[in-house]
Ligand binder design. Structure first.
Ligand code: B16
Ligand code: MG
Length: 210
């Protein structure tokens, strides 16, 4: 049995995909780059600047570092203003019940997210109180698929990677967990990824596999 579980945030505990999509789409539209939901899927779990690079690549556009910083900042302003509408109702009962049951079993829990807005999302949704630690985009220098975000999460819990499982919805996140020596569990998009050690259809299934 694992002593700790590290949860990816967006796509696992809460879904803000549509807000990321709306904000990136407005930037892509301004640049004249065709961008739909299929392209948005490429950005799952990927950091803000790496996401912008992917969008610019789709349009074969090369910009200066300053222009890129400016676009990333404007995308984030739009995303954060959309985030403000988040409430605790955005968290499913399945997610809450699972987190409560894990706590009762004495399993430590952490968040491992690429997002620099993770703490704001945890606060707005009331999820913060369920976790022993948070590792996010503000404490890492290398984004998923690098394992840094999960290695820091395990470190904050005082556990080794071998003692922890990671739950992820992104291919880049499963690669990150595997590279760090964690037991990787795919959900959503990552449930069909062959490199995930285990696959679940919903978060409650976690309770029977760890
Ligand atoms: P931000 P996760 C990721 O969150 C999102 O899936 C990804 O779409 C986003 O680009 C990334 O966070 C960075 O977010 O711009 O808020 O710093 O899935 O790792 O929880
Ligand atoms: Mg995710």
């Amino acid at each position: 049995m694992k002593q700790g579980i590290i949860f990816d945030l967006d796509g696992v505990l809460i879904s803000t995909d549509e807000m990321h999509y709306t904000a990136w789409k407005s930037i892509a539209d301004e640049l004249g780059i065709p961008f739909g939901r299929k392209e948005n899927n490429l950005l799952r779990g990927v950091s803000r600047m790496a996401s912008l690079d992917i969008i610019l690549g789709l349009g074969n556009l090369s910009l200066t570092e300053e222009e890129k910083q400016n676009l990333a900042e404007r995308k984030n302003d739009r995303y954060v203003s959309l985030l403000r509408s988040l409430t605790p109702e955005a968290v499913t009962q399945d997610v809450r019940d699972t987190l409560i049951k894990l706590k009762r079993r004495g399993i430590k829990t952490a968040v491992g997210s690429s997002s620099k807005n993770a703490k704001l999302i945890l606060k707005l949704t009331g999820l913060a109180e369920y976790f022993d630690a948070v590792s996010d985009g503000t404490n890492i220098t290398k984004s998923k698929p690098d394992p840094e975000v999960f290695l820091k999460g395990a470190d904050y819990l005082g556990l080794s990677p071998q003692a922890c499982a990671v739950v992820e919805d992104a291919v880049a996140g499963i690669d990150s967990a595997n590279a760090g020596g964690f037991y990787s569990i795919g959900i959503g998009d990552a449930a069909s990824y062959e490199k995930a050690d285990a696959k679940i259809g919903n978060i409650g299934e976690l309770l029977s596999i760890i």
